[in-house]
Every structure is written in structure tokens, then in C-alpha cells.
Ligand binder design. Sequence first.
Ligand SMILES: [Zn+2]
Length: 331
Amino acid sequence: MIFDAHAHAFPDSLAPHAIETLSASPRHGPIVPHTNGTVSGLRASMTAAGVRGAILCSIATKPAQVRKITDWSASLHSESPVLKSEISNPPPPASTLKSEISSLKSQISTLKSLKSEISSLKSQISNPVTSPSVPSPQSSPLIFPFASIHPDFDDPESECRRIASHGLRGIKFHPHYMNCAIDDPRTHRIARAAAAAGLAMTFHAGHDIAFPDTDLATPRALRELHDAIPTLRLQCCHLGGWKRWEESLEYLVGQPIYLETSYCLGYCPPDLLHRILTTHLPTHIQWGTDSPWQPHAADLALFRNLPIPDALKSAALSANTLRFLNLQDSS
Ligand SMILES: [Zn+2]
């Protein structure tokens, strides 16, 4: 199963305006979106590329958006029973009867899912015209929504607990769109609250195309945040710092920090890209697209063609993102 560690989509009512604004902004330059910005658009792009799941990142650009984003994210998370039965690996060593039973239950559940998927596919083959166009829950790509807490939101601790109580796995922080540096005390407060609630946290890292002159998301500040809050499952986008890859090598590579590849393939100089991917912890590299700003199928093809070991690609496409989401050990 392939997972995209970094994607975006918007509520249907907001998607047209958001896509138009973000892609047409003079600051943004000529960026072409590859979906219509909706969750169904994201799913269609994933389906076409054979991508099973994606982390969907929202960004609160105002404090008033925080609770709405949590609620919307929670509404997208309805497939959790499906993903639990499908994704969960059997528990570690089946040394006791209890764990063997649990493992068998998980396998039976997976087989039931597969049986239902096969039956759904059979009916689609035999009734191509009349079968529903909406995919079954089992075959519909999985969405892992990340909520977002603005640095001026008054109670990040209780909102992090609320986010976790909905079964959501993490939150997104974008220093440029929130006008708040990573080494700002407000950022650290949110990161502490996320770690305490068991949430992962993902950061835009490095420069941003839309904000060329600001320096709010440096690899060094991300390393300091990791050192200050080592229990936080931390993901730094764009391999730790878009167009700051030398600093990413210096401060982030080798640390237990997840680095995802979006906007790096075709942008990061090949030698530097190779050094980062082959010297970082192989358990902490993730494939990501930043969809809709990069297309799934083409970015996946670029990633698969990289001259790095197959085992590294395989972990980056699947196991590492499941571990980042804290889904690997659930049963
Ligand atoms: Zn992004």
C-alpha cells in the first residue's frame, strides 16, 4: 500500500476560491493545480496513481478557523474502522494465546474486507452501467486529516486533546501562512500540547514559493524544536527545508525526524537529494506530493526512478508514514 505523506484539499464550498486564490496569486507565480481542490478531487488523483492513503493537511490562517478545521477534519475521518482492519499489522511476537487470537481476528477482518471488495468488483464487472460510481469504503482512498492550531489561538492544549479525541493523528503548522517562526514560544507551546495529546506535527520547512523573503522555517529552528520536545513525532516537509537543503543535511539528517519528499524531486539538485536520502535514517524518509500542487502519478514515477535502494523506497512509500501516524501497532 502506498501512502502520500503530504496533501491538501478544502471543503467543497471553499475549494474553488482557495484553488483560484492560491494558484493565481502573484506571489505564488504560475502554479498549476492538479486537482479541483476538493477531497473527491484528491481521491481521484490518488486512485489514478494507485495511492491508498494520504495525509490531508489543513492550515488555520486565523484563530477563528481552528475549531472549524478540527470539526471538518473529524467529519472526514469516518473510515477509521475500515483503515484499522486493513492497515493494522498483526501485533508483535505471537507468544501468548491472547496475541495469537488477536492476530487471527485481525486476519479474519482483513479477509472479510477483501471478500467484500472482491464482491463489489465482481458486481462492477458484471454491471458496468448500473453499478454505483461512488467507490466502496474499502476501495476509496483513505484520508488521514491533520487539523491545525493558529499561534494566536487561546487554548492549544484543550484543542489538541479535542483533536486527538476525534481519532485524528496530527496537526499542521505553516510558519509563513501563520506569520509565526518555528522558534517563537507560541510554536513551541503548540508543539508541546500536540506531543502531550499524542498527536504528530508536520511543519512547512525552508522557503515558501509564496513568501520568498521571509525566514520563518529554518532547518536549524526545526532541530531546536526537536531537541526541546523529543517526544513529538515531527515531520519536516520538503526534506527538511525547501531550497535550504544544505542546512537540512547539517541540522536534521540523522535525527529521528520525518523528512518527506514533496517539491524536492526535480527541484533539489540530484547530488544533494541523493545525499539526504541515503544518509538520513531510512525509517524516517517519506514520499509526499503536496497535491494538488504536484500530481500523484508523475511524482510517484519520479520517486520510483530514484537511484536509491528499493528497500528505502518501499519504506518511504508505506511503513514510515504508517509509523508517523502511529497506526502500525494498532490492532
Ligand atoms: Zn503543502
